[in-house]
Ligand binder design. Structure first.
Ligand SMILES: [Zn+2]
Length: 470
């Protein structure tokens, strides 16, 4: 008899901190090593994340570059992990930017917190979660793999990265654990994209799993269809720029969402639905991620490749400005009308977007387009929930701008998409775990899975362990 232990280290009953530990007699490895995000509680979880000795981990399989899936890798290495981290080439490129940026933020935040601790007479300085130097060391452990080609990170483990259609380089990972007595196949859905989503291809079809871990970010919800979403986007932009003569502010994740938006805006301009566009991308990371996207054109879907060709050959096209330094970013505060500013963070709780909100939220002429998931406790969530006033940099700002929630742009499959993806399974997986969702969303997906397929699905608790024998 062989046994396999699966420990849910994060993204269990919540959306962040994705990480799973798989242990057999022969190998120990992680799938994802994500950071917990959102509030003080997250910081504590990040500091205590390793309920195992990182030195004993043989390798890591990484679904995609988003920090809630990759953000604790530098800490894992700093604490002794020396093995390879397998991911797609595009993910590896994105991580070059994202992990260093994440480390930089950790260093800055810790510096700031230590200053205030010293003011309060505390003599004990906090150490950052990890440093830029530690992040750089981790990057050397990345090993790029291709989609749809089997690899053997260990003699007893075979795996295959399949396109998840979520962001550039994102993967569903199929893992086969082979022992003398048999084989078990685990499928990690990673973050699953929405079919028809801009830039990336549709999620790959998987037909079989013994153990399936499926995400449920939008397990309780249906997105608006793309055509309605586009109409809403066009209406909000034209209404703001032409009729109300204000600015359009778009909080967006630097990696993924910003490129999706750029593609859509270019495409809508090309179709004549939007005119005279002045777009500012105010996030150095978004600029870098856009450049990386352009280096991986082979991964783009048909529509994105066409739009790119059109951009390269057409004289009349949207003006896209990539803002690098802080002075240039501050100058944008002087512009009162006619521009679209895409900036990060996507949930409005950090970064340059806060400045743009500070200057534009209180103006009736302006619009804020919310295009992504807003976690509980973030400024973005308060705006979506209809707050009349919000605090930014210690200042109360009245919310007078129109807030548009453009739900259909999500890079995550909705409930119907998730069920549709599961319909390709030719037989019932032995065990289904619903992960990566706020608890109620996971419950909703588990219920609909049961209704649709008569298959039981469980919602694991953080740090719970499942054991399989075969
Ligand atoms: Zn993601």
């Amino acid at each position: 008899m062989s046994s396999l232990r699966l420990t849910f280290l994060g993204a269990a009953g919540e959306v962040t901190g994705s990480s799973y530990l798989i242990e057999t007699e022969h190998a120990r490895f992680l799938v994802d090593c994500g950071m917990f995000q959102g509030g003080r509680e997250a910081d504590k979880k990040n500091r205590n994340a390793f309920a195992f000795d990182p030195k004993t981990i043989d390798f890591v399989l990484l679904t995609h570059a988003h920090i809630d899936h990759s953000g604790l890798l530098p800490r894992l290495s700093a604490w002794g992990f020396r093995g390879p981290i397998y991911c797609t080439a595009a993910t590896a490129d994105l991580l070059q930017v994202m992990l260093k940026d994440s480390a930089f933020i950790q260093e800055k935040e810790t510096e700031w917190r230590n200053k205030s601790r010293r003011r309060n007479q505390s003599t004990l300085d906090l150490a950052p979660l990890y440093t830029v130097m530690q992040a750089e060391a981790t990057l050397k452990q990345l090993l790029a793999v291709n989609y749809d080609i089997d690899i053997m990170p260990h003699p007893s483990v075979r795996c295959c990265f399949r396109d998840a259609g979520h962001i550039l380089g994102s993967a569903i990972i199929e893992v086969w654990i082979k022992t003398k007595t048999g084989c078990k196949k685990i499928v990690f859905s990673g973050d699953l994209g929405k079919p028809g989503h801009p830039i990336v291809r549709d999620p790959a079809i998987i037909q079989q799993a013994d153990i399936l871990l499926i995400e449920s970010t939008y397990g309780n919800r249906l997105h608006r269809c793309m055509a309605d979403t586009i109409d809403e986007l066009v209406h909000a932009i034209n209404d703001t720029l032409i009729h109300k003569r204000g600015n359009v502010i778009v909080p967006a994740f630097s990696v993924g969402r910003t490129q999706d938006l750029l593609f859509l805006l270019v495409d809508l301009f090309r179709q004549g639905k939007l005119n005279n566009l002045d777009i500012y991308v105010d996030s150095p990371m978004a600029s870098a991620a856009t450049e990386i996207t352009l280096q991986h054109i082979a991964l783009l879907d048909k529509e994105a490749s066409e739009a790119l060709r059109w951009m390269n050959t057409n004289g009349s096209r949207p003006r896209i400005h990539f803002v690098q330094d802080i002075e240039e970013s501050m100058q944008l505060n002087q512009i009162t009308q006619g521009v679209i500013i895409i900036s990060a963070s996507g949930m409005c709780d950090a970064g340059r977007i806060k400045h743009h909100l500070k200057y534009n939220l209180s103006r009736r002429q302006c619009s804020i387009l919310i295009t992504g998931f807003q976690a509980e406790g973030t400024l973005g969530r308060r705006l979506v929930d209809g707050a009349k006033q919000v605090k930014i940099f210690g200042q109360e700002i009245p919310v007078k701008a129109s807030i548009h929630t453009i739900g259909g742009l999500s890079a995550h499959a909705d409930q119907a998409d998730l069920i549709h993806w599961m319909k390709h399974f030719t037989k019932k997986p032995e065990k289904i775990y619903v992960v990566h969702g706020e608890y109620n969303n996971s419950v909703a997906l588990a219920n609909i899975i049961e209704q649709t397929f008569k298959w039981q699905a469980s919602i694991p608790e953080r740090l719970s362990v499942a054991t399989f024998t075969f």
